[in-house]
Design a protein around this ligand. Structure first.
Ligand code: F6R
Length: 213
């Protein structure tokens, strides 16, 4: 009842949020004492922008359950000082005793949150340049690819791996290659999701399209 949750946006978790709202309406879930921390947000989009992750979360979860506004956390895409915003986001997570359950999706390039494939990955929350592949993958939610923000603020791989338990949702054929690497036994920053192999409590839920069998 007093869980601290880490939450994703995107196409994959839409059904999960629908079920959560339904279970809440049926009295099977209570968010009175739950705290949420979202993984990421686009830079430059305000809460009322229909493609902002805050807007997505409001539509899919916040407006449908009894979360207290003060227990809702999402990194700000419009902060005046991003360095301070990143530091205070991780500090807020720590002050809550850390994340109990982190729910993740995975990008077609293996990103978790917006930790894109790179030679070096950042541990704490940070701002990031989105890769062309991610901009193309997310263009489906915007009128045109030119409207997709090129930067984001995201929990780092350190913030993610500190969670006590991780649930990863893998959906769609575009995830086949990176999903296979997730179970390869190799850990590489070229596919940030492979770092999850270093965590001791991860559950992966994969659909048949992503499994490719
Ligand atoms: C979103 C996030 C991303 C998505 C990933 C998959 O908050 O952190 O890592 O989980 O891009 O997105 P979908 O589910 O749209 O394929």
């Amino acid at each position: 009842p007093n869980a601290v949750l880490g939450l994703p946006t995107g196409g994959t978790p839409v059904g999960m949020y629908e079920n959560i709202r339904k279970m809440y309406q049926e009295g099977k879930m209570d968010f009175e004492n739950v705290t949420t921390f979202n993984l990421d947000e686009y830079l430059g989009l305000t809460h009322d922008h229909p493609q902002s992750y805050y807007y997505f979360m409001n539509q899919n979860l916040y407006s449908g359950v009894n979360l207290k506004p003060e227990n809702i956390n999402i990194p700000s895409g419009t902060a005046s000082d991003f360095e301070a915003e990143c530091k205070s986001y991780d500090a807020k997570i720590d002050a809550k005793g850390g994340i109990d359950l982190m729910i993740l999706g995975i990008g077609p390039n293996g990103h978790i949150g917006f930790n894109e494939p790179a030679e070096i990955l950042s541990g704490p929350t940070h701002t990031v340049d989105l890769t062309r592949e991610t901009i193309e993958a997310n263009a489906r939610f915007f009128d045109s690819i030119d409207d997709v923000p090129t930067k984001a603020i995201t929990m780092g791989v350190g913030s993610i791996l500190k969670a006590k338990k991780i649930l990863m949702l893998v959906s769609g054929a575009s995830k086949q290659k990176v999903a296979k690497e997730l179970f390869s036994g190799d850990v590489t920053t070229n596919n940030p999701s492979t770092l999850l192999q270093l965590h001791r409590d991860v559950v992966v839920l994969m659909d048949e399209a992503a499994d490719g069998q």
